[in-house]
Design a protein around this ligand. Sequence first.
Ligand SMILES: [Zn+2]
Length: 357
Amino acid sequence: MALADDLGKDIYTLAPNGTASFDYLIKCKEVTGSGTPIKGNPAVLKRAKKKVITNALLLAMIDVAKRNGELECVQSYWNTWHCQTKLISHKNRYYTDYCKNRWCTTCAGIRKAYILNRYYPTISEWPEPHLLTLTLKAVNAKNLALIIEQMKKCFSRIIDRQRKRNQRSNAFLLKCVKSLECNFNASALTYNPHYHLITPDRRTAVFLRQEWIKELKKVNIEVSELGQHIRKVENTEKDLIEVIKYGAKILSDSDPAHKRKRNKGDMTGLQIYAHALHTIYKAFKGTQLFGSVGFTLSEEEKKTVTGFKTVANYDEWIFQPKVMDWVNTDTGQLLTEFEIDPYLEYILKTQIDKKLC
Ligand SMILES: [Zn+2]
């Protein structure tokens, strides 16, 4: 009773002209960015699935990093655990904080879409784009970081040399987009770091392949002619998506020697190799995975949405791992009503491998 009286008194004292005002009861919150549409946006359901996969991977990588005494990594993984945990929704859009780490499947997905939108207009103008894959002999975990450093240096030397030739004698100027990726081979327990590139024409792809082999041989890195692939780009958007996979695949084939042709959604034989992924992310630390060579995009294309705004009468949602969804803190309503595929649940519960490899 005392509480009710106090509350009543507060309302009265707050009203400037003697009439009771309830304006101060309106909840306000400062949010950043332009928000994500909720209703009619299939990406929202996918975000629940991505968060569930990321969380399972994170817990396993946290165990691996703790075992190795790598506390900085443990902290970075926990930061991703809190990525989009709390959502603020207002007028059919939600606002949240993103971790922007490459092991976060949502943040990596946002980054991929951003890169695709930025680069697609330029690449779709190229006369006969080609896809080039540059590889080298697989390495073990111990040598991965070192070999990635050497790959980056070799590639830079090829670019610098051609730039100088261009300045001196009008040799053609190299142009391409490139991304660095690394796969884990679960039967051989080895890592395959490689570059995917899109070049404007076949001549550039052939030139880069030949220089890559020469350059690696110069520094005694094992490389085979057959390991380097060139093919014509048939569908620019599809191939650009292929190039910007962004680092590493989370779900890997447990039997890569017997590669199966998968239908969409088929997850048979897939596993998450947490230790291998932790090794790859450590080796990639400080490395820009996607970049362009020989051209830059205009400032207009680089523009990002920033800025704050205040929203009133918002809803708040918290991600609850057990429910695998964001739950409205007032009403208990579920945001996405995501239902996990039973096979994915089986993988996340039983097929996460934390062994040393
Ligand atoms: Zn994130």
